[in-house]
Design a protein around this ligand. Sequence first.
Ligand code: SF4
Length: 339
Amino acid sequence: MKKIAIIGAGPAGIEAASVLAKYGAQVVLFEKSETPLKNLQDKAFLFPNFQSAQEIADDLNSKLLTDGITTAFGVDISDVKWHRTEWKLTDSKGQTYVSDAVLLTTGYQVFDARRKEELGYGIYKGVITSLDMERMIKHEKILNANGDVPKRVTFLQCVGSRDEKSGNNYCSKLCCVTAVKQAVEVKKQLPKCEVSVFYMDLRMWGQGFEEMYRTAQEKYDVSFVRGRISEAAATFDSRIQLKSEDTLMGVPLKMTTDLLVLMVGMEASPGTNTLGKSCDISGEYGFIRTISPHLYDNETGKPGLFVAGSCKRPMTVWDTINDARSAAFAIIDYLNTLP
Ligand code: SF4
């Protein structure tokens, strides 16, 4: 029976593991955290259909019970090397494992908003990230710095993406639609709250996204302002004062908000960076490069070493799951060529 090591138990890792195990392979799923699906667990609802993230997590978790999958959680694989006839994996404690093929599904991390000091994250309690807002939505506790229900919530797009200063020139692809989704969620939970979204341009590229954007404006009265917020500072009563510019009207703006939500972009995770370098498949911005995004997007150019999900680039959960299935079939093809 062929052995496959999958590194990363997010949606991609679990989906690929279940397809490969059903095919009859012996799969070991490594995850450095003690539990799987860490990024998904933080989410409340997924766009564009507001499906519960928990429902999706439960479905994926049930796939871990597929015969043929062994989980190794709390194991941090730090090195992957080809050794004569097989892949050799080494964890941070020096323990080694071998396999016929390896699939990297090491995912992403969110941009650390403290790097944009002028926006006040980590300094003022009223400045939070989209991840913090997602948790507030999930627990139905949207509160300002004083623990009160906010009267005004302001979202700021492109924090740590499309930004030369942060070193991330790329678009993170998902934060525009996430802001619209979160703005709607805030209005559903707090109908009297004034909600605005500051954007450079809104990228509503996916099925149902444009409709959600219209609904946000027409049904929930969310305001969209084309502009940048250059600075945030706390007022004496812990509100947040914003300096910005409406770039459509060409006028400077000053406003006060109870919560400023920074829409943080996606970056390669530490595991993606480490293993990308260890396997010599690191691409731009530390994401993993593939042979071709058109035809061979799960192949790394190293025989038996495959990749799936957002360790390649920012990706939705559904794209990630489909990409994992595609990787599983590429691996099956590869295994069929082995003696
Ligand atoms: S998806 Fe939107 S918010 Fe995110 S980086 Fe791209 S343009 Fe900016």
